[in-house]
Design a binder for this molecule. Structure first.
Ligand code: F6R
Length: 249
């Protein structure tokens, strides 16, 4: 695992944008699975700026949805697809045919998860997984306990995740209790994983991700066994003694 400690959230976002830009330069038809949530928003804004300036080409990318609440239609304001569309797909001019959804509104969600895994496999797996870290150690909605080989599936959200996500939707009763998530198996097989971690509230879980034993109780700890993982964190989330940056005393 490579660990990159940045001064703050804006520099973290720029560093992440460099990693993604380098990949897009090397492989314009890369396959990406992308998180929603707050942490990657700065990265997505950076990429959108680069797109406007003509520095990146997104016309051949293939995008996979990371997770979705069960039972929500695309128009529901809580749909994670809708969130991804607003912060990532539209700003980067990515068209519908480039995107594989995890359809929370499918009549048979379990069959939809199998179809999703089949599509990921047929495509040759993910080139890059852009992930955030849950306060309970989840990746996507792989809630604890999730083993390293858990497939894409329907899950029940932990009370902690429901509580944490209530801030997005204005109260816990607005948060669906079940969801679909790309599996640990698919995520850990990505050619590269970019894990973004920001803020003091993630510090304890980042320590367990980086150094704790690999355990289903901290799904993110399985990143220790993945092939090419880059963790970009800001200082607030760093569990180790403070790092100093040039120009600081
Ligand atoms: C979102 C997702 C989640 C978040 C995680 C961190 O699609 O899959 O795993 O990445 O909960 O969320 P933030 O970034 O809001 O702290």
């Amino acid at each position: 695992m490579d660990l990159v400690v940045e001064r703050d959230y804006p520099t973290l976002s720029r560093a992440a944008a460099e990693v993604v830009t380098d990949l897009l330069m090397a492989k314009a038809d890369a396959r990406l699975v992308v998180a929603t949530g707050e942490t990657p928003l700065g990265l997505y804004r950076n990429l959108a700026d680069r797109k406007v300036r003509g520095q990146i080409d997104t016309s051949r990318l293939r995008i996979f949805q990371l997770d979705e609440y069960l039972g929500l239609t695309l128009d529901d304001s809580r749909s994670l697809y809708r969130w991804m569309r607003e912060v990532f797909l539209e700003p980067l001019a990515i068209r519908d045919h480039q995107v594989t959804r995890l359809p929370g509104d499918a009549p048979n969600p379990t069959a939809a998860c199998r179809a999703y895994d089949h599509e990921v496999e047929q495509a040759g797996g993910y080139d890059l997984a852009i992930l955030g870290l849950g306060r309970n150690g989840h990746l996507g909605f792989n809630e604890p306990p999730s083993d390293h080989d858990a497939p894409t599936r329907v899950v029940t959200l932990s009370p902690e995740t429901v509580h944490s996500n209530a801030r997005y939707w204005g109260g816990e009763d607005r948060v669906p209790r079940r969801a679909l998530t790309a599996g640990m198996k698919q995520l850990l097989a990505a050619r590269r994983v970019l894990l973004l971690v920001s803020g003091r509230g993630k510090r304890a879980m980042l320590a367990r991700t980086l150094e704790g034993p690999e355990t289903p109780h901290v799904p993110a700890s399985f990143l220790q066994r993945a092939e090419h993982v880059t963790v970009i964190t800001d200082r607030d989330a760093m569990p180790m003694p403070a790092v100093s940056f040039p120009g600081e005393v």
